[in-house]
Design a protein around this ligand. Structure first.
Ligand code: NAI
Ligand code: MG
Length: 357
């Protein structure tokens, strides 16, 4: 099985955190890692946030790892060449329709969590958000004058059966590698697309995934349950808009942006391998860029997801996750997660510690 990885460090702290990921992957060994430019770094070199060559390399690679894009230097560029456009093109051309956002609370950080410790200790849930459909893209859309000084803003929530089934399949497959439970979230009580969603997810489960327990929940209740008792969930699958909100909500159960990984998956090929992009949730953090202050864990944990979901290397992924846990338990922390009485370490030192562990 080939293991070609395209690494796109990007801007700001992207290259700093990606350098630590490289060390981890080199230690595991067996990867062919290519490097490319994305975002402002690509604009500076080529006048575009993503070249056709880099796009082609991404489509050819077995997985793509991305740091972060953007920063004040490129904020005034025209829309078509803004750094974010590079990332959007990657997601679009790779047809990444499923966004995986884990919310995982490390024991060592549960104490510092914004919520009560017992509520989040041991939390380990995964939100699967549909990424290419729904109200963000549905037609008709627009703002129109309707006379008498009135205007009307229109968006349309649309889902087809195939769009629902393919993302639900990702969720069921994931659940099989976890605790075999999926909670499907919509508002079938007030939305036709939600009703179709509920019916199709249930049909798929009954036809192909009877070993996975499926429940259904309205999105408003899900928001409440995430805050009240988040440990009841294993895998949550939901649409683009609800997923946007619920994944940010779940993220805040865990603490820092510097700890949050993500994955975006596309369709499976004949060998069952999916196009995949792995990236930390955080941005380029211009306020701390170039100062050896960034927490590399979100990016290292994104690479761990790559091991698990693109390369079936669960044992190695477990090793990386446990190493991160040990480092946190030992009180080795970057500035974003440091607690009273601890001395913060830098990005490279955090990488050293993870490698040692
Ligand atoms: P941000 O995530 O870059 O930073 C928000 C705050 O969190 C900052 O105070 C930063 O120092 C801190 N932070 C973020 N990651 C950290 C880490 N690994 N370790 C320690 N502290 C960390 O979000 P912000 O400030 O809204 O955006 C900055 C730039 O990043 C903008 O140009 C934005 O467009 C871009 N961005 C890019 C994303 C991507 O590449 N996927 C996602 C979000 C923002
Ligand atoms: Mg959001």
């Amino acid at each position: 099985m080939s293991r070609t990885v395209l690494s796109l460090p990007g801007d700001g702290i992207g290259p700093e955190v990606m350098a630590q990921v490289r060390r981890v992957l080199d230690r595991i060994g067996g990867f062919q890692i290519e490097e490319g430019l994305v975002g402002g770094a690509s604009y500076d070199a080529h006048g575009t946030p993503l070249t056709d060559d880099t796009m082609a390399a991404a489509l050819k690679a077995d997985a793509v790892l991305l740091g972060a894009v953007g920063g004040p230097k490129w904020d005034t560029l025209p829309f078509e060449v803004k750094p974010e456009r590079g990332l959007l093109r990657l997601r679009k051309d790779m047809e990444l329709f499923a966004n995986l956002r884990p919310a995982l609370v490390f024991d060592a950080l549960a104490q510092a969590s914004t919520l009560k410790t017992d509520l989040v200790r041991g939390l380990d849930l995964m939100i699967v958000r549909e990424l290419t459909g729904g109200v963000y893209f549905g037609e008709p859309r627009g703002i129109e004058d309707i006379g008498g000084g009135e205007r009307r803003g229109v968006n349309t929530q649309v889902y087809t059966t195939s769009e629902i089934v393919r993302v639900a399949r990702v969720a069921f497959d994931l659940a099989r590698k976890r605790d075999s439970r999926v909670c499907s979230v919509e508002k079938a009580n007030v939305m036709e697309s939600g009703l179709l969603w509920r019916e199709e997810v249930q049909k798929l489960r009954d036809a192909e995934y009877t070993d996975v327990a499926l429940s259904h929940m309205y999105a408003d209740n899900c928001a409440m349950q995430l805050v009240r008792a988040p440990k009841q969930f294993d895998v949550i699958v939901t649409d683009n808009l609800f997923g946007d909100l619920l994944s940010d909500c779940a993220a805040m159960l865990t603490g820092s942006l510097g700890m949050l990984p993500s994955a975006s998956l596309g369709a499976a090929d004949a060998n069952g391998r999916r196009k995949a992009l792995y990236e930390p949730v955080h941005g380029s953090a211009p306020d701390i860029a170039g100062q050896d202050k960034a927490n590399p864990m979100a990016c290292i944990l994104s690479a761990s997801m790559m091991l698990r979901y693109s390369f079936d290397m669960a044992a190695e992924a477990d090793l990386v996750d446990r190493a991160c846990q040990d480092v946190l338990n030992a009180g080795i922390r970057t500035g974003d997660i440091v607690e009273p009485g601890m001395t913060p370490v830098g990005t490279a030192a955090m990488g050293d510690a993870v490698l040692a562990a």
